[in-house]
Each structure stands twice: as structure tokens, then as C-alpha cells.
Design a binder for this molecule. Structure first.
Ligand code: ADP
Ligand code: MG
Length: 912
């Protein structure tokens, strides 16, 4: 029905077959005060029915008596055909049955014409129209509500995301609840926050309201109580925070309905409008609230389930361990991607295959036995290390953990872990562990508190050999503190020494921070330290020797001059008798001094050596008479020699000197008498001995030992005995050159010395000299020197030192020789040229300026005159002349020389 406006007249249809009655009714209408009616009269009932079903009238009046038909029949027919207008029946007289019939048929009222007046007619029409309109409005509301419910219901059953669904619900609210903005939040109980999910409407969203904290703002308080709210129309106390928005948009009404499930809030829906809401709006919201709440809840748990499934899958797929299932037939039924990672086989290809096929053939029987027990429920689990085949033909070590599959199915499930690396590491560790075990040096491990946690075989053996009670005692006493410091600083400590029973152990501490332990590596360095000390000693002697040699050489030249001139003067026939004695003393002092410098040169091994093959035993025999005399009656001399000759290659004079020096020292050490044992022995020196002595080397040696029962020496003295000028004897008694000379001589003979001494017991010196394979030559004849003769031959004298040259020249001239002088090799060549090579003998110094040595000069001149006689002379020359001095044709004259010695040598050389 169209809703009539107030000003429009009410359209009235009158179906009346009696014209008089029509006029009567018409006049009644005109009597109605203030009412405006538009009356349409239809006489024919059939035409009336047609007009009725058009529904164009606000009210219809139908006469009861309509010829053959009754008004009730028309009424029924009209209603049947969809007439919605209210119909009032008119009748001539009051009949109770007709009244009842009319009302039952659906008439709006029943009026009796005879009693009808304008007032009652108007009231009846107004009531009927009012009732009709109310009914129509109610029906429309019903329809709207139904459509709203259907729309929301449809939205909730969609397979869509939660916010898409809620968006549709909000749209339905805006549509059907006359809301200008509809919003739906979900409630996050963990965060205590409302989360805006949907906002639909014709007005813009307020800012700042999509999220609010349930503890501090009112809407969540309201929803916590679960109470709907309606602010209608005054919005002063609305919970909308944004007042500006309310004003701007002209909002006057707001209705909220919490979404609750079992008294638990899951969300909130709120609608806003610039018109007041119908009081029923909350009811209308309530009709969908539960459905939406359920949907929110369901979607949420679906999402949670989805997430946990995704989580589960990602764990299984990304885990490094293989997760597997095997059925009771032993076939793979599930494998995760780690399977491919470890074995290289594709999962698809492996599923359905027997697990046995993947076990290393050698491990198959044993592993399957274990596994089968779990499959058959004989065991609750198994753990096994075995080898699996990989797709590239190699093997992987794996650890299998299996347990019966849950549920009623037989079979097993579990994990397979790749332990190849671990196995490799274990093998490595085993290998590494063997190192300390087989280390010949002691290895110990200390815990962080300093307690001993490991020691190797060598360590316990060392403890045993050093006779210490406890193995830890071979460590330095501060080992525990050192270990703790190493662990604290992370730094190692090296070379911590400890002396136990005359052995020196050197320890190094290495912190192993990962294990909180310290590894201690020890070494017996006694022998090395000894060697080092000996070497150091030898080096010191060497440098002292060089110093001594330098002094001795220059000193020698001076002595040669002094002695030469003194002897020359002494030889003069017309010598003043008063000068004779002093000159003799000058000469003697000079020769004593020359003796000293000779010893110095011997020590520094610059003494020229004239080696021959000689038998030390023979030499000892010759010397023994002299030794007896030297030692005196209080000292018993014993000689113990090898039965066969002890041949060495050496300078007899020097070796005699060695024995003499030992003997003199021994005598001094035994002032109250004693025993001196001189012995020779052939020894075979081996590697072991050689390694402990810096000068020693393997081979055959003669060991000459001189042992006394004297006062002995302390360690300090022993350390210095070979130093020149070191003496413990009173001034004037000792020179400190005796043992220095011995040292030089022995070294020059490619030998070495050993000394042992004990205070109050005695001292033993041992000299080791290499055995020679050469046989002894004719022993040097020691005939009495004949009187020296001179001669008339021409001698070329080459000497760079002018004073020495002059002396030599005078001596030779004293013996009647013709002497030609030259101050260098080059100068000598000139003299030679001048004399046309008419020279019989060359007497030359070894070391000279102008880049030509005596040897080079001699070689040059000999190439011109092969039978030229040559005598070399030098203060020192061993280094330059070396072994050549042993050559037959070489004649060497050691400076300083007494004049007769020079003359004697020159004569002998010329006569050869
Ligand atoms: P000197 O005999 O002139 O003192 P040496 O070089 O011969 O010089 O000896 C050096 C020192 O070595 C001696 O002063 C003495 O202290 C010590 N010495 C050498 N031989 C012996 C020995 N057989 N017994 C005890 N001490 C010795
Ligand atoms: Mg001495």
C-alpha cells in the first residue's frame, strides 16, 4: 500500500446497490468535520470486486445485501484475490450472525446503517486505516529483518577470509539497520586489544578509533561486561573518542553490540547514524551477534590450526635428521627431505622400498635384527649406529633411533642422524690421542685446579728413573699456579726448568681453553745444556786465543830483535868483558819471554806444527826418566800403555809439552806426595758419546790419561782452567798458561780434552787424539849439533819489518854469506831481475804487504829456478802454511830464532 500523506484526502470505495443508501452514506461523509474523503461509488458488486483488487483505495465500504450476493462473499473473493485495503461491511439492521461472519471473513469493521452517524463512521474508518497501516509497517519490518538475517547468514557461510566475511556483515548492517557507518572489531584477548576488521558506510571513518585498549577505554569495558549499548539520540555520553568527527558528520546515534561466546568477548559491532535508531535496533543486532561471534571464533581456530600445521610441516621438512616410518614389511612409508640430503636418494623412489636395501651390506644382518625387534613390538625402542648407502656409492655413518609406530599398525618410526663427521672426528681424536701416548718425552695434563688428570708412559718412566715418589713431582713446584695462570690468560708458558737429581727438565705449558685443562710437555735438557755450556766455553777460549795470538806475534818480532842483537854482541871477539854478563842476562830473559809467547801461540794454535807419525807409547817411555826427576821421590809414577804402539800424527815436541804440563800441575797438586798414573788406551768413540761432547766425533782414538791423587778442583776452577793466565797459584809460581797450551795443542791435533776432578781425591785429564793409519817413519835423529858453518852463497832476504831484516842480514853476513835485501814480494822480484836470477837461497817472511805472500813469491821464483832453496820464517803461520809445513822440501824457521839456529838452517838447506 502506498503510504498516504496527511494532506491527501482518503480514497474511499463504496460498493452499494441501493442508490438511496449511497446518497445517505454520501451525506454522512459530508457531515464529517475536518475529514477529507474522496468517495467513489460502485453499484455493481462484480465491478466493485474488480475495483477492490486494484488496491487503489485506502478503505472500502461494502453493503451486505447486494442482490444475489452478500457483501461477505465479495469480501472473501477480494481478500482471496489479494486485496489489502481494509474493508468495512455495512448492513441494514443488526444481525448477530452476520456480524460474526463478517469479522471471521476478515472485515475491518461492521456498521449498521440505521444507527450510523458521521462520527461513528469517521472513527471506524480511521481505526481500520490505522490498523491496516500498522500491520503493513510491521510486515515490512519483518521482511527487512528477515532479509538482514539472510544476508548475514549468507556472508557467514562463505568460504572466505574473516575480514572479507565481516566486511559483508558490516555492509548488511549499514543496509538493513539504517546505519550510516557499521564497524566490526575482533577482540584479541592476549593483547587485550580490539582489532578493526570491517568498516562500511556512507560517512568517513573516525580517526584514532580502530584500535583501543580494553583496559583504558570504555568500549572494551562495555564489551567485557557483555552489555549492548544504545546512545540515542543525544550522543554526549557516547563512547566515541573523536568528538570532532561526531560533530563533523552530524552523528546523533550510536549502538554497540558485543560479540560474546560463553561470556567471553570475541568482538564488537557498532553502528552510527545521523538519525535516531529505532528502539528495536539492539534486538536486531542481537539477532546476528551470535552467528558472527561463532564465525569469528571458528575462523580463528581454523587459522590457528592452519598455522600449527604449517609449523609442523616446516619443522619436519627443514630438520637435519631424517624422520621416517617403516611398515611391518620393512618398507619406507614416510621420509622427510633430510633423507635426500643425507643419502642423495629421492624420497619418491625410496618410498615402498625395503629399508634393508639401504644398509651397508656388512652391517645388514646385525642392524636388521635390532630393527626387526622393534617392528615386531619385541622392544620399545632401538638405537643403532650403522652405515647407510648413499646414491653416489659412498657410505654414510648414521645413528638410527626407532620406536614402534603409534596406533594399531605394526611398523616403526624414528629418526636417522648423519654421524659421519662425528665418526671421522672420533677417529681423528683416537689418532691424536696416540701422540702423547707414544711421545718419548713426558706429557701431563693438569685440570684447572692443578690436579693431574693424565700422564703418558714416558712421564711415569721419568718419575721412576728420577726416583721421585709421585709423578707430579717431575713438574716444577709452581706447576699448579702456572697452569691456572695459563687458563686465566689463555697464554702458554714455555721453558720452565726444574732440577731433579742432577737432571734438568724443561717444561712448556699449553692451555686448552675448550677443555679447561693445561697440557705440559717436558724434556730432559741436561745433555743439551751441558753441550751448550761446553760450546760457550770453547768459544770464549777461541776469542781469548785470538787476542793472545795477536799480542804474541808482535811480541815475538820484538824478542827476536832483542835476542838477536844480544847474541850477536856476545859472539863478538872484542867484547868488553864487563858487558858479557849483562848481555847474557838480556839474552836469557829474551829467550824466557820467547818461551812464554810460544806457549801463547800454542794455545791459540798459531804455533807452527811439524807433524810426524809418532808412537805415543814410545814417546812416554823416552819421557819417563825426565818425569821421575820432575815429580820427585814423593810421587809415584805409573805408566800403563797399550801393548801395541799407539800411532798418531802429531808434533812430538808438542805432545811432550802436553804431558809435561799435566805432570807439573799434578806435582803442584800433590805437595805431600801421591800417585800419578799416565796411561794410553785405544778407544772406539760411538755416536752416543760424540753427541755429548762438542769436539768429539765417532772413530778410533788414542786416549792418553793423566790421573793424580791430588787436591782436586771445585766446579768454578774447572770451568776456567783452559783460560790463559788463569791460575790459582801464588804470584811467581804459576803462569796460567800450562793448560791453555795443552788445550791449543790438543785442538791443533784434532783432538779433545776431558777432565774429571774431585776435591781431595784427585784429578784425571784425558786427551783424545785420532789414531793414524800411516806407519811410523824413520825416527828423527837427535845427533849433537855440529859447529855451525857459514858459506859464500847468495841469499835473498825478504822481510817487511826493517829492524828484523837488518838483524837477519847482519847474522848472515857474520857467516860470510852475500845478502840481498827486499822489503816485499814485489821488491824481491825486482832484485831477482837485477841479479839475473843468480841467487842460491830465498829466506822469506810468510805474511807481507803488497798482496804477495812468501809462498807465492817462492812459487814464482821456483818456476824460474826450480832448484832454488827456500826457507820460510814467521811469527805465526800455521793457518797460512797449514799442513804444507809437513812437506819434505819445506823448511820453516819459527821466529824468534837465535842467530846460530838461522845460520844452521841456512847451511843445512843449502847442503840438501
Ligand atoms: P798454572 O799451573 O800456571 O797455574 P795451568 O794452566 O797449568 O796454570 O793451570 C791452571 C790452574 O788449574 C792451576 O792454577 C790449578 O788451579 C788448576 N789445576 C791444573 N791442574 C791441576 C791438577 N792436576 N790438580 C789440581 N788443580 C789443577
Ligand atoms: Mg801449570
Amino acid at each position: 500500500m502506498q503510504s498516504p500523506t496527511h494532506n491527501e484526502p482518503l480514497k474511499v470505495l463504496l460498493i452499494e446497490d441501493d442508490e438511496d443508501d449511497f446518497i445517505l452514506t454520501k451525506s454522512l461523509f459530508s457531515e464529517i468535520q475536518g475529514g477529507r474523503f474522496q468517495l467513489e461509488w460502485v453499484k455493481n458488486p462484480a465491478a466493485g470486486l474488480e475495483a477492490l483488487v486494484l488496491n487503489q483505495h485506502d478503505i472500502c465500504l461494502v453493503d451486505y445485501r447486494l442482490g444475489a450476493q452478500t457483501g461477505v462473499e465479495v469480501l472473501r473473493a477480494a481478500l482471496e484475490r489479494g486485496c489489502t485495503s481494509p474493508i468495512i461491511l455495512l448492513t441494514g439492521q443488526g444481525e448477530h450472525e452476520i456480524d460474526l461472519e463478517a469479522m471471521q471473513a476478515g472485515a475491518a469493521d461492521y456498521l449498521i446503517k440505521s444507527r450510523l452517524d458521521a462520527c461513528s463512521l469517521e472513527r471506524s474508518i480511521r481505526y481500520a486505516v490505522g490498523r491496516q497501516r500498522a500491520a503493513a509497517a510491521a510486515a515490512a519490518d519483518q521482511a527487512r529483518l528477515a532479509a538482514f538475517g539472510a544476508e548475514v547468514g549468507l556472508a557467514l557461510t562463505r568460504r572466505d577470509s574473516l575480514d572479507a566475511i565481516l566486511h559483508r556483515c558490516a555492509a548488511a548492517m549499514s543496509n538493513y539497520l539504517q546505519a550510516e557507518l557499521s564497524r566490526i572489531w575482533t577482540f584479541d584477548p592476549e593483547a587485550g586489544l580490539l582489532q578493526l576488521q570491517a568498516s562500511v558506510g556512507t560517512i568517513t571513518d573516525p580517526d584514532g578509533y580502530p584500535q583501543c585498549n580494553s583496559r583504558t577505554t570504555s568500549p572494551p569495558d562495555l564489551i567485557a561486561e557483555g552489555k549492548p549499548f544504545l546512545f540515542n539520540p543525544a550522543l554526549k555520553e557516547t563512547p566515541v573518542a573523536d568528538r570532532d568527527w561526531v560533530k563533523r558528520e552530524g552523528i546523533v546515534a550510536c549502538a554497540g553490540y558485543p560479540l560474546m561466546l560463553e561470556e567471553r568477548p570475541v568482538g564488537l559491532m557498532v553502528i552510527y547514524s545521523s538519525q535516531p535508531f529505532a528502539p528495536t535496533v539492539l534486538q536486531e543486532m542481537s539477532s546476528v551477534a551470535n552467528g558472527i561471534a561463532l564465525c569469528v571464533e571458528r575462523k580463528r581456530s581454523e587459522e590457528a590450526l592452519g598455522a600449527s600445521e604449517v609449523r609442523y610441516r616446516s619443522v619436519v621438512e627443514s630438520i637435519k635428521e631424517v624422520i621416517f616410518q617403516v611398515n611391518d614389511a620393512g618398507q619406507w612409508t614416510f621420509l622427510n627431505p633430510a633423507w635426500t640430503e643425507i643419502t642423495g636418494f629421492k624420497i619418491k623412489e625410496s618410498l615402498g622400498k625395503s629399508f634393508v636395501d639401504y644398509v651397508h651390506p656388512e652391517d645388514r644382518e646385525r642392524h636388521c635384527e635390532v630393527f626387526q625387534e622393534v617392528i615386531q613390538r619385541g622392544k620399545s625402542f632401538c638405537r643403532d649406529e650403522t652405515r647407510f648407502i648413499a646414491s653416489d656409492g659412498t657410505f654414510r655413518w648414521v645413528e638410527v633411533y626407532a620406536q614402534p609406530t603409534l596406533g594399531t599398525d605394526l611398523g616403526t618410526s624414528g629418526t636417522i642422524t648423519d654421524i659421519t663427521e662425528r665418526k671421522r672426528a672420533e677417529a681423528e681424536i683416537r689418532k691424536l690421542a696416540a701422540f702423547p701416548r707414544f711421545n718419548p718425552d713426558p706429557v701431563l695434563e693438569l685440570a684447572s685446579d692443578g690436579t693431574l688428570t693424565y700422564l703418558n708412559q714416558a712421564a711415569s718412566e721419568m718419575a721412576l728413573s728420577l726416583t721421585v715418589a709421585d709423578a707430579a713431582a717431575i713438574l716444577p713446584p709452581c706447576a699448579s699456579a702456572t697452569a691456572q695462570e695459563c687458563l686465566r690468560t689463555g697464554q702458554s708458558r714455555l721453558r720452565q726448568e726444574i732440577c731433579i737429581n742432577e737432571r734438568t727438565l724443561s717444561w712448556s705449558f699449553f692451555p686448552i681453553l675448550a677443555n679447561h685443562v693445561v697440557h705440559c710437555y717436558g724434556q730432559d735438557v741436561t745433555d743439551r745444556l751441558n753441550l751448550e755450556a761446553q760450546l760457550l766455553h770453547a768459544q770464549r777460549l777461541e776469542s781469548v786465543g785470538q787476542l793472545a795470538a795477536g799480542v804474541a806475534h808482535d811480541f815475538n818480532n820484538i824478542l827476536t830483535i832483542i835476542q838477536g842483537h844480544a847474541d850477536r854482541l856476545l859472539g863478538m871477539a872484542d867484547l868488553d868483558p864487563r858487558a858479557g854478563d849483562p848481555l847474557k842476562q838480556v839474552s836469557d830473559a829474551a829467550s824466557r819471554a820467547a818461551g812464554l809467547t810460544r806457549q801463547l801461540l800454542m794455545f791459540s794454535r798459531k804455533q807452527v806444527m811439524q807433524p810426524r807419525v809418532l808412537d805415543i807409547n814410545g814417546l812416554l817411555r823416552d819421557l819417563s826418566k825426565m818425569l821421575h826427576r820432575l815429580l820427585g821421590d814423593d810421587i809415584a809414577l805409573e805408566c800403563s800403555c797399550t801393548p801395541e804402539p799407539a800411532f798418531i800424527e802429531g808434533d812430538a815436541g808438542m805432545i811432550e809439552q802436553v804431558i809435561m804440563n799435566f805432570s807439573v800441575n799434578a806435582r803442584d797438586a800433590m805437595p805431600k806426595g801421591g800417585r800419578l798414573l799416565v796411561a794410553t788406551k785405544t778407544v772406539q768413540v760411538g755416536d752416543a758419546y760424540a753427541q755429548q761432547h762438542p769436539d768429539a766425533r765417532p772413530g778410533q782414538f788414542i786416549c792418553l790419561s793423566v790421573a793424580d791423587s791430588g787436591c782436586g778442583m771445585d766446579r768454578e776452577t774447572l770451568n776456567r782452567i783452559y783460560e790463559p793466565f788463569f791460575t790459582t797459584k801464588p804470584v811467581g809460581k804459576g803462569t796460567g798458561l800450562g793448560l791453555a797450551t795443552v788445550y791449543g795443542i790438543v785442538k791443533q791435533h784434532q783432538g779433545w780434552l776431558e777432565v774429571t776432578s774431585e776435591i781431595g781425591v784427585g784429578t784425571t785429564f784425558k786427551v783424545y787424539l785420532p789414531v793414524t793409519t800411516k806407519t811410523a817413519e824413520v825416527v828423527v835423529e837427535k845427533a849433537a849439533p855440529p859447529a855451525v858453518k857459514g858459506g859464500r852463497e847468495t841469499i835473498l832476504l825478504v822481510e817487511d819489518e826493517p829492524v828484523l831484516r837488518e838483524l837477519a842480514q847482519m847474522i848472515l853476513k857474520d857467516y860470510a854469506y852475500e845478502v840481498l835485501e827486499a822489503c816485499s814480494g814485489v821488491d824481491a822480484l825486482k832484485v831477482w831481475e837485477k841479479r839475473g836470477g843468480n841467487i842460491d837461497l830465498l829466506l822469506t817472511d810468510m805474511v807481507m804487504p803488497e798482496g804477495m805472500t812468501g809462498r807465492e813469491l817462492a812459487d814464482e821464483l821456483r818456476s824460474r829456478k826450480p832448484d832454488l832453496k827456500v826457507i820460510y820464517t814467521s811469527g805465526y803461520s800455521a793457518d797460512i802454511m797449514g799442513r804444507d809445513m809437513g812437506r819434505r822440501d819445506t823448511v820453516f824457521l819459527q821466529k824468534p830464532y837465535p842467530p846460530p839456529k838461522l845460520a844452521e838452517m841456512v847451511r843445512a838447506c843449502l847442503d840438501k
